[in-house]
Design a protein around this ligand. Sequence first.
Ligand code: NAD
Ligand code: UDP
Length: 313
Amino acid sequence: MKRILVTGGAGFIGSHLCEHLLGQGHEVICLDNYFTGRKANIVHLMDRPYFEVVRHDVTTPYYAEVDEIYNLACPASPVHYQYNPIKTVKTSVMGAINMLGLAKRVKAKILQASTSEVYGDPAVHPQVEGYWGNVNPIGIRSCYDEGKRCAETLFMDYHRQNGVRIKIIRIFNTYGPRMFMNDGRVVSNFIVQALKGEDITIYGDGSQTRSFQYVDDLIAGMTRMMAADDVFIGPVNLGNPHEFTILELAEKIVDMTGSRSRLIRKPLPSDDPTQRRPDISLAQKELAWKPRVQLEEGLRKTIAYFEEQLKQR
Ligand code: NAD
Ligand code: UDP
């Protein structure tokens, strides 16, 4: 049994991770400031004796004796990370410094939830880990993209300078139950709009692409990465290589929900990447991992979740 700290543990991905780790028999400390996370995501875990919840902001130091740290604290939806961009940079950068400091002090292994956003609007397709990216340092997405890039730098420097045992994963668009209804990301927006019969908001002409990964596949990849030999530190892409246009996604969701919603166009936000697909050969080779859940199956589960949420309202 390990004692594991999950920052951002009350968020969408964090709550699935906490649940998984408890299921594996570990003791879990879930740390969150509830900016985009919710107690509702973890309430079903509250009566587990080895589950502890701490209200804390990663921009200030936190101390606990732990064996492993998953650093997930950071808003992930463009709507939320652009709400207070200075705070987003602080969360990524100071959060990384504080958690790396803790890992150094207690000799814990630490995993950083980095992102495909480090590739920006990629000129290399599909994206391989060796690609340095095409990121605008002064745009509206920069607080998130550059914050996450700087966090990767800090992880590498704590590793080289202090021998901290690090792991970096680059997560591609992930979806599933427990996404926040007003999260603003494309999968939750389209499903909720379709279920409510509201207009489906396509930003731009919908020809931009994304590759959508179901949350269970990510949790499997993440925990394999943490368990892997210390020599393999990443960065490693974790995502589903099946690529869809945003228009295709909208049409699929309308079809699967039997919705009468109309597709409408809205302006494309600036710096919105035109294409994104992970090359996952490294994860396949080093972690013997690949995603198992294809889009339709994952969407079915996610639609059922949002149907239930809307009923409860
Ligand atoms: P989320 O917004 O649901 O979860 C983030 C959690 O971090 C929330 O519970 C939030 O309250 C918490 N948080 C934010 N700022 C904090 C702070 N200063 N101190 C403490 N807690 C704080 O988002 P998610 O989709 O679950 O993403 C989790 C992590 O994975 C993030 O680091 C994100 O950048 C990364 N990621 C996610 C995706 C994706 O598609 N979901 C893709 C790439 C990377
Ligand atoms: N998007 C859209 N309609 C929405 C929300 C998002 O067309 O209601 C588009 C967005 O412009 C982007 C893609 O969907 O091209 C994915 O957006 P999301 O915010 O989910 O993630 P990210 O851009 O960070 O990959």
